[in-house]
Design a protein around this ligand. Structure first.
Ligand SMILES: [Zn+2]
Length: 113
């Protein structure tokens, strides 16, 4: 289950941030998950709760924002929005695009106290 390793890296990022700030604990973790990232938000928050137990991030609230996926259409030379890997370009109807954004997951903000 790869949500578990993602949760582990989120906890590492959050706890090292809390230590760097000299804070007691992490209260909120904001994540952005691209529309085409293969991440199950429910499984991720569940894994986060398990992995963060006993760390500075224990009990932190995880807020997930789903980002749009963007792609570059080769025939049009335009950036388009896609929702699935099977989508065609809305301008030319061709499936000749390269994903430029939307398959990533990152920590956008941390709240500590
Ligand atoms: Zn196109």
């Amino acid at each position: 289950m790869h949500e578990l390793s993602l949760a582990q890296s989120i906890v590492e990022i959050a706890t090292s941030h809390a230590r760097a700030e000299g804070s007691g604990r992490v209260t909120k973790v904001f994540l952005k998950i691209g529309a085409l990232a293969h991440v199950d938000p429910g499984a991720l928050t569940f894994a986060f709760d398990a992995v963060s137990a006993g760390t500075l991030a224990e009990g932190a609230e995880v807020i997930i924002e789903r980002g749009a996926a963007k792609a570059f259409c080769v025939p049009c030379g335009l950036t388009i929005e896609v929702a699935t890997h099977a989508d065609v370009c809305p301008h030319c109807g061709v499936h000749q695009w390269m994903l430029t954004e939307g398959d990533e997951m990152r920590v956008t903000e941390l709240e500590v106290e």
